[in-house]
Design a protein around this ligand. Structure first.
Ligand SMILES: [Zn+2]
Ligand SMILES: [Zn+2]
Length: 198
């Protein structure tokens, strides 16, 4: 396994979320989240200190939520790197793409579909000029699985372009992630071996 090293300080996005985050959390949210499935070591329904859990459960009034389903929520990135820049998150707290396995390929597909739906609804027509992907630890700004949805890809700000280089150690496209997951069965640390090739 390749060792990933990073001396990056927490990103602006991360710090902004921490600053604006409402850490209040009601017990009811945990009950609402319950879908009958048991939590595992890798997956918790809700993390009390996680800003994306708060957004997913409508407890953060400042987030601009665009679309939601039983499983997912899409909202605007507060630090957009392109004319369209949204995040799709599962309502359930999953820390990162490294904790996914083959059984969650469907979840990744649904996240991508919601991202594309939102882009289409906002007038994006060239689906070849979009970018859908996940940051890989240790390059994650918030430790709650989130799909970055950017369009047009060709207009990603040069200031942020290094964060969204497809299939780099920092950023893995949803398509590549699904391909990796296809080859992986738990334990999940095998995924890290797969992803560290990029
Ligand atoms: Zn969370
Ligand atoms: Zn991110």
């Amino acid at each position: 396994m390749r060792e990933v090293q990073s001396t990056d300080s927490p990103s602006l996005l991360c710090r902004l979320y921490v600053l604006t985050g409402n850490r209040q959390h009601s017990r009811n949210a945990r009950v609402d989240m319950a879908s009958g499935k048991e939590t595992t070591d890798e997956e918790e329904f809700l993390d009390d200190g996680c800003i994306f859990c708060l957004i997913a459960n409508e407890e953060d009034k400042e987030a601009e939520v665009i679309q939601r389903s039983n499983e997912l929520v899409c909202f605007k990135d507060i630090c957009p790197a392109a004319p369209h820049h949204y995040l799709v998150v599962p309502r359930k707290h999953i820390m990162s793409c490294l904790l996914l396995n083959k059984e969650q390929i469907g979840l990744v597909e649904k996240m991508a579909e919601m991202g594309k739906d939102v882009l289409r609804a906002r007038g994006v027509t060239d689906m070849n000029d979009i970018s859908l992907g996940f940051h890989q630890p240790p390059y994650t700004s918030v430790d709650h699985l989130h799909l970055h949805v950017l369009a047009p890809k060709s207009q990603i700000s040069t200031l942020f372009a290094h964060k969204f280089i497809p299939d780099s150690p920092r950023f893995i496209t949803e398509r590549t992630l699904r391909r990796c997951l296809q080859e992986i069965t738990p334990p999940h640390n095998c995924l890290f071996d797969c992803l560290s090739f990029f």
